[in-house]
Each structure stands twice: as structure tokens, then as C-alpha cells.
Write a protein that binds this ligand. Sequence first.
Ligand SMILES: *Cc1c(COP(=O)(O)O)cnc(C)c1O
Length: 389
Amino acid sequence: MLPYSKQSIDQRDIDAVVEVLKSDWLTTGPMVSRFEEAVGNYVSAPHAVAFSNGTAALHATIATSNIQPGDEVIVPAITFVATANAVVYCGGTPIFADVDPDTLLINPQDVVRKITSRTRAILAMDYAGQTCDYPKLKQIADQNDLTLLSDGCHSIGAMSYGRHVPEWVEAACYSFHPVKPMTTCEGGMVVTGDAGRAESLRRFRNHGINSDHHQRARNGTCYYDMESLGFNYRLSDVQCALGLAQLQRLREWTERRSRIAQAYHRQLRDLNFLKPLKNVPGAGHAHHLFVVRWHAENAGVDRDSAIQKLREAGVFANVHYRPVYQHSFYQKRKKQSRLVSCPKADAVYPQLISLPIFPAMQENDVAKVVTELKRIADPARSHRWNKAA
Ligand SMILES: *Cc1c(COP(=O)(O)O)cnc(C)c1O
């Protein structure tokens, strides 16, 4: 079975993990700050704070943006539910902005339309690994006195219009779940250029307590104060060691993903029953997902049947994502969130298929996926296609 995504683990990862298991510190030890520093360097951010997962990282990002009940945060209609949920955790209201159907990235004009006197922040998401139009979003945020934030769970390391993503935003979040560009089993990170926010993030990760055990040991005291309400959102040293080992290969993996995406683009050119998402010049891309829009009217078979047939043929395709507001939790809150649907997101969602892409994938795996796609599309039509091509 070809999964849509898959982690790469080798002996270097295993050795790194075993070494920490044999050491004194399984958590709150030296690997945490080493991993934070390495990720900060990788994405060109002065401060990095590790979290137990990407959702915790998002929660901390919204909380340290001082989002409070009544505040609105603009998020894309198509993203993983955690992007919007982070706003709800803080009592805020996610306001959904529509996406560009060609890229599934948040549409800046619709962001402008959704701004009200209660809007405090924009939380953009780099769908599939392609970065948002940050120059435009930053201009909108600056003009309206909003905090610009990034859910970079798909895009770690990607450049955006000549800068690293964290250089455009006040904070960016990453996830290290196994399907993401690199893994710590579960894990996350927030990066920021703001030292004050970094300190708040560390406090939020550790119950809202104002010092950690290292600081207390240095100061020769056992006293600590809980200044605000926080959580236990720490990432263990074992996981950070795995993350450090993974990070050594991330650049090479992203390069691999880019070549797989190019192979798909070459082999899927000129088909009328599916269209890959567009790459925007200057946007930068980490190629986390390879997403196509399935045109059922030309394929003669609908998207869900196509996915089912792909799975029967050993290709485990997937869908990213159902528009968040379509979920029953958000439908139930429809009134309080002034929920209006986003027509482009609604129209594109039934077309989405994420095809397999991961570093260990080979060119012949790409060819197999493409062969199956052509076979599944109505034979008479695809025959015409093959002749035309
Ligand atoms: C994976 C993901 C998250 C959540 O990360 P976890 O580590 O699974 O909590 C949030 N947003 C996006 C866009 C993601 O892809």
C-alpha cells in the first residue's frame, strides 16, 4: 500500500533516542533547548519553543496573542480543524475566510471583507506546504492593526517571497506528527522574533509557572510562582533527540518531495479529469501534500469512488480538508460565529484528492499512481485523452 504520507526513520534516529533513554534527563533536559535552537536556525527565527504537539503550539500562539472572549481571528475555510479550534480554546471566534480554489490558500481580498471592529488576528495556513501571500497579508494586518500568525504545519523551512515565513509573521507553528515533513512521534514548535512572546510561550507550556527547575537550581531556591493559567504542553527529551536527528535530513527530504511533485506535474499534464493545484511564483513550497482537483464530470466517476478505487489498487489517497465550518461542532455554533459559508471552499472540497507523496517514494510509485488514476477515469474518455496527449 502506498500511503499519502509516511515518516522516514533510520538507525540514526534510533541511536539518538536510545542515547537519551540511557541518560539522566527524559524530559526538561538539555535536548529540548538544543532542538529548539536547531529548528529556530532552520527557519531563521530568533526564538523557538517546543510543544507536545502542533495543536498545543497553536493554542499557545493564540493565547499569547491575548485573544479573549469576543475577539475574532480570521482563519482559512479549508484547514485542519485544530487551526480554528485554537481560537475557540481561548474563547475567541474563528471567522472563516474563503480560499483560492487554484491553491487552497487564504484569499487576501476575502480576509479584508471579514474584518470587523472585533478582529484581532489573522491565522494563515500554508496549505500543502505552499506559502500564503504573506506580503499582502502583512500589509492588511499592518493597516488594520492585526496580529499576523502562521500555521506552518505543512511548510516548515519554506521561503515566501524572498523571506523565511517566520520573518513575515509574529509567530509561526509547526507540527511533528508522523505524517508531517519531519517527526518527533507527537510534537510541535512555535517560533517568533519577539523575546517577550517566547517567554510567555514557555510559561504557558509549563502551567503558567514563572521559572523552570534549572532556574530555581541556579538561584538556590525551591520557590516558584504560578502567574497565569498554563498547561503541561512540554515535549520530552527523547522526542527532541528524535527531532534533532530528523532535522539533519529535512532539507534533503524537502528536495525529494519537490522532485516527486515535479514528476506528478509532468505526468498529469493535460488531463481533463484532474488538475493539480497551482504553484505560485515566489510563494515557496515544502511539498507536504500533492493535491489534485478531481473533475467528476470529465472522469465519469465521482471523487469518493475514485478514492475507493485507488485504495483497492493499493494507493491510499486522502482528502485535506472538509471546510472547517461544515463540521457539526461549528454548525451548532453557527449563530455566535456569524457563520457564513465560503462558496469557493464549498465548491472545491468535493474535488480534492491528496495523492501519495513522501521522501522514500520512487519515480515508479508516481507512475503507478498516475496509471491507476487514468484507469479509474471513465475508459472511453481517458482513451480520448491518451490519444490527444
Ligand atoms: C497537523 C496539523 C495540525 C495539528 O498538529 P498536531 O501535531 O497533530 O496537533 C494543525 N494544523 C495543520 C494545518 C496541520 O496539518
